[in-house]
Design a protein around this ligand. Structure first.
Ligand SMILES: [Zn+2]
Ligand SMILES: [Zn+2]
Length: 440
């Protein structure tokens, strides 16, 4: 059975456990030893151990019974595939590996859909202007409860990410996960989520300050943001802390430099419904519409992620500025309580000149499949309306992009489908355009 890198993490590869497979890839090493009986293989050439992605789905560990001649190009191997469930191991191993002779040009192209570029060229594809539309990186959510903040500025610099929308989670005290689904577990006490969100915003500012990351308040601040000095857009996932009081929006704009607001999260709130619970207020409420108009006037980006199509339709009719839908993917027959969206839902966002951030969710836990999902959304709404929303440290399952340092791998995966100016748009240019319009 012939495997492609896109199969990794999918049922096709897992079903091949214990069977003989063929796969082509590159040994990890800039000057590989002439022969080896134990080495790592990736879809694209990497120059050193530092190029190996954290993602256990992006690498195959090769074990041979006798040393194999590595050469300088693509290796085509056969062997017995092992899919490991050990969290510390590489997910896939190729045992009793043997070299297969001759690699056709077609086989190379199929195997390395990830364009073969040296690591420095990959980083240039990202061009230091990339933007993540939705993130909880730096361990922000847990740090609000006393956990430690983690370094995020360094992986942003090395991966080429200039700015991230760093989100507090407004309804965090009253939601919990069971059976893979996050749901509200009680009603908040009056003032509870307001006080909690103030502590979360303070922690977000502490994170930015301690890692010397400027806070983006204006379009000029965003234009100045570069991967060499990555910046933060203060974001709230859920507007539950408003508790129906519009004046708190102005307060958050001033006091916390809030510049992106997601209306609802995992709790139907005063602004509207969510995708993952039965409809309560019926889409977007009058208060939700008032919040959108006030965001437009103040210069706050409105994010309708987690909102059902009914909420989005009224948001589209209400807003005078582009909308963002920061983290999702396309699914034309969505299952109940899905966070994914249909083509019509996606087109509604694009109709505002907005942008849709694509998620690196579990079922696409390698960059090649992540790039496929981005391309699928581009097919529906066009290359000007798609971006990336990693939801880093907010996903229930594994991520195809667990570290910003892996961003060049995503750029490489996109480069087999898009031209460099299009990749720049997808990785951040589209979001930058939307932000500039919203903030004006
Ligand atoms: Zn979310
Ligand atoms: Zn999130």
């Amino acid at each position: 059975m012939r495997l492609s890198w896109r199969d990794l993490g999918r049922p096709r590869a897992d079903k091949a456990h214990g069977k003989t497979v063929e796969i082509a890839g590159f040994p990890v090493a800039i000057l590989p030893p002439a022969t080896a009986d134990h080495f790592l293989m990736m879809a694209e050439p990497g120059c050193c151990a530092g190029c190996v992605p954290n993602n256990p789905l992006a690498v195959i560990e090769v074990v041979a019974d006798r040393p194999l001649k590595l050469g300088n190009g693509t290796l085509r191997l056969s062997g017995i595939l092992h899919a490991s469930s050990d969290a510390d191991a590489w997910r896939y191993q190729l045992h009793a590996a043997e070299l297969l002779p001759g690699v056709s040009r077609r086989a190379v192209l199929a195997a390395s859909s990830l364009f073969c570029l040296p690591a420095t060229a990959l980083a240039q594809q990202v061009d230091g202007m990339a933007a993540d539309i939705h993130s909880h990186a730096g361990n922000l959510t847990r740090a609000t409860y006393g956990g430690s903040l983690l370094d995020v500025a360094s992986p942003m610099r090395s991966g080429g990410l200039s700015v991230m929308c760093l989100a507090i989670v407004a309804d965090s005290p009253v939601i919990s996960s069971s059976s893979g689904r996050i749901r509200p577990n009680r009603e908040p006490k009056p003032g509870e989520l307001y006080e909690f969100s103030k502590r979360s915003f303070a922690k977000l500012h502490e994170l930015a300050r301690s890692q010397s990351m400027p806070i983006v308040r204006t379009a000029a601040d965003l234009r100045a943001a570069r991967a060499s000095q990555p910046s933060v857009i203060v974001t709230s996932e859920g507007a539950d802390w408003l508790e129906g009081r519009i004046e708190r929006l102005d307060e958050a704009y001033q006091r916390w430099q809030l510049r992106q607001l997601q209306l609802t999260h995992y709790r139907p709130n005063e602004l509207g419904d969510i995708q993952t619970e039965p409809s309560v207020p019926g889409g977007l409420t009058d208060f939700g519409a008032e919040v959108i108009r006030r965001c437009n006037a103040l210069g706050i980006v409105v994010d309708v992620a987690h909102g059902p199509f009914e909420l989005v339709k009224r948001a589209v009719a209400t807003t005078a500025k582009p909308l963002v839908l920061s983290h999702t993917a396309l699914r034309n027959r969505p299952s109940p309580w899905t966070r994914l969206i249909t083509s019509d839902h996606a087109r509604a966002i694009a109709s505002t000149r907005g942008v849709i951030g694509i998620w690196p969710v579990a079922e696409v836990a390698n960059v090649s499949a992540y790039a496929d999902n981005i391309a699928r959304m581009v097919d529906v709404v066009g290359v000007d309306h798609v971006g990336i929303g990693t939801d880093q440290l907010g996903l229930l399952g594994p991520s195809a992009l667990p570290s910003y340092a892996d961003l060049p791998q995503l750029a490489a995966a996109l480069s087999s489908r898009f031209k460099p100016p299009e990749i720049s748009k997808l990785l951040g240019g589209n979001y930058r355009r939307v932000f500039e319009i919203c903030i004006a």
